[in-house]
Design a protein around this ligand. Structure first.
Ligand code: HEM
Ligand SMILES: [Cu+2]
Length: 494
């Protein structure tokens, strides 16, 4: 078999997604450096003030999820554009609003000392004990609102385009097929996943906008109060769904690209569709697993949160990991940076879900929830799952554009990244196991060693990530040119 990796995406779309991909990847790199600073401080290798720790913790949490979502949105836009007609102005509007929001968030943190974490838990933004004032809270909450509006436009546009082509969102989720109707045209997995993400994220962003705006009013007028438990519900509905959507957008690249490498199609068959429909519903309603310690929550909501958390990611995870294995098995696939990243992203997702499920169990949650066990599991599926999808997409873009230049440096960086990210998350899980709480700037002596080891791992992860980002940055000017026609470099012999 002798294949050339290509796709049906037009050149101007390819050019449009370069910037958000690069911006997302570049911000992830910067936020990793911030993460390293936090670990060095917890490991007593450097000393920063507690105030500064919470400022950069706020930045790291907010920045990572925002950057991952931007790059994920670029992936979704890129592949979805092959099936529906999207208005490029909306992607640009999202990027512009993102940048404005980022500047506002940076001002809130570094000029006005905002440090309430990405969770901006009501009424903390307004009652800071003198740490920051009205300006800090307003810039942060306002910046988040601006970023949210950009993403809301994005998902409204993808929904509009999907509805225009498929009639309604139910069709695009494969309902006719699930109920046994024969379809004229096959439903691409990309459309199914994009529909799911559009639905859950519109829900998330509306919940987020509601609580952000109420919090801003509360900052200016403290006599306007909201029920703190309602606020927490809205915040975690927003945060849980939005953060999870990064993987659901990234996996679109896996569905699109692995078939190109193996010459086997990835079809949206019945079980696949059912799994995505289940995840559409469950992703929205399981966020109460973040409130298992809130005894004032109705008990049934917590039980639903626990039980459905088990069912949530699992169906899509299983059909995806199984599908990937089936597509690869004995296909003679060529392992390059792209295919390796996409394959390993499945692995990161699978292993990251295991400690997450452990934590979603009420009895265990009461012991583990406020420990570093929690950052341990989400760093696993964010770092090895979601980020691998983003880096794989970077190498994929270089490949389709005929710019593939893989060297030993890339291969070495790949292995460094995966192995040391596993190590880093292992160090977090270990800290959790020995009882180190999360979000503490100072650690007791018995918790310090894993922090130091984690910091050493982080240095290598950062170097590797720098290689991936530089690859795209240095070639980005070639995108949109007709270099593709002249390409010879990416023939795959299998
Ligand atoms: C070199 C890589 C990274 C390092 C060294 C790092 C380090 C850290 C540290 C030390 C914390 C605070 C843990 C604590 O509670 O004590 C943290 C929190 C966090 N990290 Fe990372 N991280 C890295 C990569 C990532 C990635 C790739 C993501 C997501 C895409 C991410 C998202 C988060 C989030 C959401 C938090 C929670 C912040 C909070 O509790 O408010 N991190 N990270
Ligand atoms: Cu969650």
């Amino acid at each position: 078999m002798n294949t050339i990796i290509s796709d049906a995406v037009d050149r101007s779309t390819r050019r449009t997604v370069i910037f958000p991909t690069l911006l997302g990847g570049g911000l992830i790199l910067l936020m990793m450096i911030i993460g390293l600073l936090m670990l060095l401080n917890q490991g007593e290798l450097i000393q920063i003030s507690d105030g500064f720790f919470y400022k950069i913790m706020t930045l790291h949490g907010t920045g990572m999820v925002g950057a991952g979502a931007l790059a994920g949105a670029a992936i979704m836009w890129y592949f979805l554009s092959q099936y529906v007609s999207l208005n490029k102005g909306i992607l640009t509007a999202n990027v512009v609003l993102f940048l404005i929001g980022v500047v506002m968030v940076l001002i809130s943190i570094f000029v006005f000392d905002f440090a309430a974490a990405w969770t901006f838990l009501y009424p903390l933004p307004a009652i800071s004990g003198g740490m920051w004032g009205v300006a800090g809270a307003t810039f942060y909450l306002g910046g988040m609102t601006v970023i949210g509006v950009g993403f809301l436009l994005f998902y409204l546009e993808t929904s509009r385009a999907i509805i225009k082509k498929y009639g309604n969102l139910g069709n695009a989720l494969g309902w006719p097929q699930i109920f046994g109707k024969k379809m004229k045209e096959e439903l691409p997995p990309t459309v199914v996943a994009s529909t799911m993400v559009s639905i859950v994220n519109i829900t998330a962003l509306i919940a987020g906008a509601a609580v952000l705006i109420m919090s801003i009013i509360n900052v200016f007028n403290p006599s306007f109060t909201i029920d703190p438990l309602l606020a927490k519900n809205l915040i975690y509905a927003f945060g849980h769904i939005f953060a999870n959507s990064i993987i659901y957008m990234g996996v679109i690249a896996v569905y699109e690209v692995l078939p190109k490498y193996t010459g086997r199609p990835w079809k949206a068959y019945g079980v696949f569709l059912i799994a995505w429909n289940m995840s559409t519903l469950f992703t929205i309603i399981i966020y109460p697993h973040h409130l298992l310690m809130d005894f004032a929550m109705p008990k049934w909501m917590l039980i639903v949160g626990q039980v459905l958390s088990y069912c949530n990611g699992l169906p899509v995870l299983v059909v995806t990991a199984y599908g990937a294995l089936m597509i690869i098995y004995r296909s003679g696939i060529k392992w390059d940076m792209t295919s390796s990243f996409f394959f390993v992203s499945m692995f990161g997702w699978v292993i990251g879900v295991v400690p997450a499920i452990v934590d979603a169990t009420i009895a265990i949650n009461h012991v583990m929830h406020n420990t570093k066990w929690v950052p341990g599991h989400f760093h696993m599926y964010m770092g090895i799952g979601a980020c691998s999808m983003i880096f794989g997409f970077i190498y994929y873009l270089l490949t389709v554009q005929g710019l593939k230049k893989e060297t030993h440096v890339d291969k070495l960086s790949f292995w460094l990244y995966i192995l040391f990210f596993l190590g880093l998350t292992g160090s977090f899980l270990y800290s959790g196991k020995v009882g180190a709480p999360r979000r503490w700037s100072q650690h007791f002596p018995e918790w310090v060693r894993p922090d130091q080891i984690g910091a050493a791992f982080a240095v290598l992860i950062i170097i590797a990530t720098l290689v991936f980002i530089l690859r795209l940055a240095m070639k980005s000017k070639y995108f949109g040119s007709d270099i593709t026609e002249k390409r010879t470099g990416n023939d795959l012999h299998a």
